[in-house]
Write a protein that binds this ligand. Structure first.
Ligand code: ATP
Length: 462
């Protein structure tokens, strides 16, 4: 038996604003401002229950595709604090800087190359430098690394840095991995971890923060194969985003111009997403040449090479680096999935997330809190949660409970009603089509696990 209890209106969706995303994340407990009771801490965020679940799913999908489904990649989890020489060798101490200007009038500090993205402290509708009162200093270079001290003495010799990227932890472990993972180029090392950047003008919610997580791959290849591998990784990474539901027309690859390239990179392309504030970098995919291994070899005195037995020669592998922010990726998934529509005269907000990413896959809901329905629903819930992440909710009207699940992106709602008590069937509601079908409670968990394994296509593509 099939029913359509809720009918969406035919009006097309409008693109979402960042304010709407921020409001939903707060309302549903995905993301909070850090230390909110003290007025918040600039551009640092905390993740609540559904935010944690969603973030874990994003990371899980990344691990699955870049390590689980490949034979040429291994995982690593390096420490945040590293020997300070690391940052000399990598060039971060000298070069990980942004040009900044101070305004003597409003006492704010801005990135001089991003003034068009910043608001004047006195007249927020204008950019810094645009009003007569603005009094900007000459640009100065500002290092983005956070410093701290190790041990009891706070002097220069004890200074260490919170890593601004996870990549260097991979390079300094190159030799360990080569030896213990028995790998030879082409092979890669993948890592997820926290990174810290004292950004001058952070903003746009979790797009640019001072503490964030990165998912990074360093893929080591024979020098002659670097261009081809760079190309392959660009294709692979674009596919990852679209296979998880990002609309292809909201994603583009943009090649860096010669003036944008880092000193070590022979080619870099950014995967850009059409965020509410416009096209912006989602992931960087760089061909770093042999810069990193050569520099660490020079600074550490260790040989960081691969000895090719067949050719009888040693070489320094070149590196392809796909580098993606977890938080930025999560923001792109939420933005892309967000939709509002009218259902029977009332606004419905729904996150059309790929079921694999959805924080909760199924919600089990007794229609009313009486007549044995809560007990029956709990029984079904216990079965379902063994196979797919599920939630039980019995508070409030069924309509409100559906809305709540729609907003966290739960793909399936299982409702226990009067008929369930008679024939042991439930209604299975589809988040996207709103279709409700009557199915036996028996075998429901298997059915949902099978649905989860099926390919999914965003209805926003139709
Ligand atoms: P941007 O130009 O946006 O400052 P970047 O080119 O310095 O970024 P990379 O060093 O290439 O960034 O970092 C790789 C990825 O890490 C970025 O594509 C982004 O997804 C993420 N990332 C970098 N900085 C931040 C930040 N401050 N907050 C959140 N994510 C970040």
């Amino acid at each position: 038996m099939t029913g359509t209890a809720e009918q969406p209106s035919a009006t097309g969706p409008a693109e979402v604003t960042l304010d709407e995303v921020v409001a939903l994340c707060k309302r549903r407990g995905f993301i909070f401002q850090s230390s909110e009771i003290y007025g918040g801490l600039g551009s640092i965020y905390d993740y609540g229950h559904y935010g944690v679940l969603l973030k874990n799913n994003v990371k899980g999908e990344w691990w699955r595709t870049v390590v689980g489904e490949r034979d040429d990649m291994v995982a690593l989890d390096a420490a945040i604090l590293m020997h300070p020489r690391t940052w000399e060798a990598s060039g971060h101490l000298e070069g990980f800087t942004d040009p900044m200007v101070d305004c003597r009038t409003c006492k704010l500090r801005f990135r001089s190359d991003k003034l068009e993205d910043a608001a004047c402290g006195r007249q927020p509708s204008k950019h810094p430098g645009e009003t007569e009162e603005c009094d900007l200093t000459e640009p100065r270079q500002f290092n983005l690394m956070f410093e701290t001290f190790m041990g009891p003495v706070r002097d220069d010799a004890a200074k260490v840095y919170l890593r601004p990227e996870t990549a260097q932890g991979i390079f300094v472990n190159f030799k360990n991995v080569l030896q213990f993972a028995r790998k030879k180029p082409p092979f890669g090392i993948a890592q997820i971890g926290k990174a810290f950047r004292n950004e001058i003008t952070p903003g746009n919610f979790i797009f640019r923060t001072r503490e964030f997580e990165m998912m990074e791959i360093e893929f080591f290849v024979p020098p002659g194969e670097a261009d081809a591998w760079h190309q392959r990784w660009m294709e692979d990474r674009m596919r990852w985003h679209t296979e998880l539901g990002i609309r292809p027309d909201h994603l583009q690859l943009r090649k860096h111009g010669p003036d944008e390239l880092s000193h070590y990179s022979s080619a870099t392309s950014d995967v850009e997403y059409l965020f509410p504030m416009g096209w912006s970098e989602l992931e960087g995919i760089a061909n770093r040449g042999d810069y990193d291994l050569s520099r660490h070899a020079e600074f550490s005195g260790e040989k960081l090479e691969y000895f090719d037995q067949e050719k009888g020669e040693a070489y320094v592998p070149h590196v392809i680096e796909p580098s993606l922010g977890v938080d930025r990726s999560l923001l792109a998934f939420i933005v892309d999935a967000y939709e509002t529509e009218e259902v029977e005269g009332r606004k419905r907000t729904v996150l059309r997330l790929d079921p694999r990413l959805a924080p909760v896959k199924a919600a089990v809901l007794p229609l009313v809190s009486k007549a044995g329905m809560p007990e029956k629903a709990r029984e079904i819930y216990e079965q379902v949660r063994r196979q797919v992440p599920a939630e039980y909710d019995e508070g409030g009207s069924i309509g409100r409970r559906y809305r709540r699940q729609d907003e966290i992106g739960t793909p399936w709602g299982i409702t226990v009603d009067g008929q369930t008590m008679e024939d042991d069937t439930v209604t299975l509601r589809d988040r996207d089509s709103l279709e409700q079908v009557r199915v036996p409670a028996d075998g429901l968990a298997d059915r949902l696990a099978a649905r989860l394994a099926e390919p999914w296509r965003s209805p926003k593509l139709d």
